[in-house]
Structure formats: C-alpha cells, structure tokens
Design a protein around this ligand. Sequence first.
Ligand code: GTP
Ligand code: MG
Length: 195
Amino acid sequence: LFAGMTEFVKGVVAMDGLPPADRMEVCFAGRSNVGKSSLINALTGHKALARASNTPGRTQEINFFTLGEKGYLVDLPGYGFANAPLPVVEKWQRLLKQYLSGRQTLRRAFVLIDARHGAKKVDEEIMSLLDTAAVTFQVVLTKVDKVRASELDKSLDVTRKVLAKHPAAFPALVLTSSEKGDGIATLRSIIAGID
Ligand code: GTP
Ligand code: MG
C-alpha cells in the first residue's frame, strides 16, 4: 500500500483547489517543524517526496499524495511559530482550519506532537476544532530518537491528560521516529485499516 505506490498529486492553496472528494484521506497536522513532512517520507519510504527542512514553516500548501488507489495522504502547513511573513502565515492558517473542519472524506487527522514537549496550547486549539468538526484524531509523538525516557514519560502524561478532554480523540498514541524508523510500521498498519 505504501512503498513505491505514492505519488505527489498537487499542492493546494485554496479550498476550491482540493482534489475531488472521491476517496478516503488522512492528514498530518501539528506545529511547524514537528516532523509532518518527514513522517510522510518515512511512511512512504521516500527520502524527499514531501519537502522537509529545519526551517519552521517549510510546508505552505496542502500537499496531496496518493496512497495507491486507496486514498490520499495529506501534508499540512504547520501551526504556531513559522519563519514567514505574518499575512502569509495567516492565509495558510485559515486554509488549514477550513480544510480540517470542512473536508468530507477526511477520515482521520494525525496530530503530531514533539515527544520532548508533549501537547501545547496550540495543539489543544486544533483538537477542539477537530472535536467540533467530528473528525477523529490520533496523536503521534515524533522524534522519539531525541527524547530521554524520563522526558518521554512526562510528555505522555501531559498529552494523555489533554486527550481525555477531547471527545474526538482516538485513545491510542503512536510513538515514532522518522529518523530511526520507530513506529513507522505501526502507523502504516493503522492507516491501512482505515476505510
Ligand atoms: P513545517 O512544514 O515547517 O510545518 O515542518 P514539518 O512538521 O513538516 O517538519 P519537517 O518534516 O520539515 O521536519 C523538521 C525538522 O525536524 C527537519 O530538520 C527534520 O530532519 C527533523 N526531524 C523530523 N523528524 C525527525 C525525527 O524523527 N528525528 C529527528 N532526530 N529529527 C527529525
Ligand atoms: Mg512540512
């Protein structure tokens, strides 16, 4: 379902540019620089299908990738701090919110959270938006290769407490490292199981 079957479809800058809603899709949301694009590359076994970089605000469009015939993987711009002019950031934040709350075929939003930090206030805001839109979301902790065990326990604790407040939250968290490969097979099978 993943390896060798993923292609870039298009980058979207406005809701009327979205591809036809004719198959399931899952998206990757999270603060700028959390590792959304890197995770798509790890899942699909590509080095640079989705462009990743150390500069927060790298992804500025909604990027669609095919998941074989089954559906789409959707890479989103980040929220929170971004290294780009404010009007530009505001424009893509608006689009992000419209997409998350208004896409019929969106089956699950993966909300990525840095394993070193746990859920922050901006993450909670997105979770509330997803609650309102009744989009099931699941938290993926990223960069576990960079976290010490004690820090990870703290992040898990903070994040689970936040999730308990959100009706649209899927209870199980996934721990990943796009760098080392942890959790990638697990996440692939979760996505494969979504109709
Ligand atoms: P925006 O598009 O700006 O919102 O960022 P993004 O969430 O798409 O993050 P991106 O994938 O571009 O990664 C940001 C930085 O984190 C890059 O320098 C990546 O190499 C690094 N990174 C991503 N995932 C991992 C990981 O699992 N481990 C480590 N060590 N670094 C990672
Ligand atoms: Mg990105």
